[in-house]
Design a protein around this ligand. Structure first.
Ligand code: 5GP
Ligand code: ZN
Length: 136
């Protein structure tokens, strides 16, 4: 379902112009307006979902094959040396547009970008408590 006040719904459904690199019945993939590198692309579902937690299963199932198609094109045509998939859920995780999107960020030798986190450490007991907590 499309959400009236959502800019990515409008982009995904072609209501406002975008630099589209791929489209099918479920997704539109567009160049990111503030690219990390050349070719930085966002895959947008045409139906609104805020984030991964409410992405319908049929979209979730189709997402990685779609990402793979676009990533292959990037490898062949942009000659990227690598690629990051990034997907933020919730403000605390860095999500700024509340319509699900998967970033495809082609990487090039010496592109000067840094995508990552500060590695931490945990004791065996802490790991085990966390593992149990996730399993539920
Ligand atoms: P997030 O931080 O939510 O994972 O990523 C949002 C991304 O959307 C950012 O990389 C930002 O540059 C991009 N963005 C924000 N508004 C627009 C827009 O109107 N069009 C396009 N193509 N990208 C946008
Ligand atoms: Zn939306």
């Amino acid at each position: 379902m499309r959400k009236d006040d959502c800019i990515f719904c409008k982009i995904a459904n072609g209501e406002i112009p975008s630099r589209t690199v791929y489209e099918d019945d479920k997704f539109r993939a567009v160049l990111d307006l503030g690219p990390a590198t050349d070719g930085h692309t966002l895959i947008l579902p045409k139906d609104h979902a805020d984030n991964l937690f409410d992405l319908p299963e049929d979209y979730a199932k189709a997402l990685i094959p779609t990402a793979q198609k676009i990533a292959s094109k990037m490898k062949d045509n942009l000659k990227c040396d690598g690629l990051n998939l990034v997907q933020n859920n919730g403000e605390v995780a860095g999500q700024t547009v509340m319509h699900f999107h998967l970033h495809l960020i082609p990487r090039y030798e010496n592109d000067g970008q840094r995508i990552g986190w500060k590695p931490g450490s945990r004791s065996d007991e802490e790991f085990e408590a966390i593992r149990k907590n996730i399993v539920g």
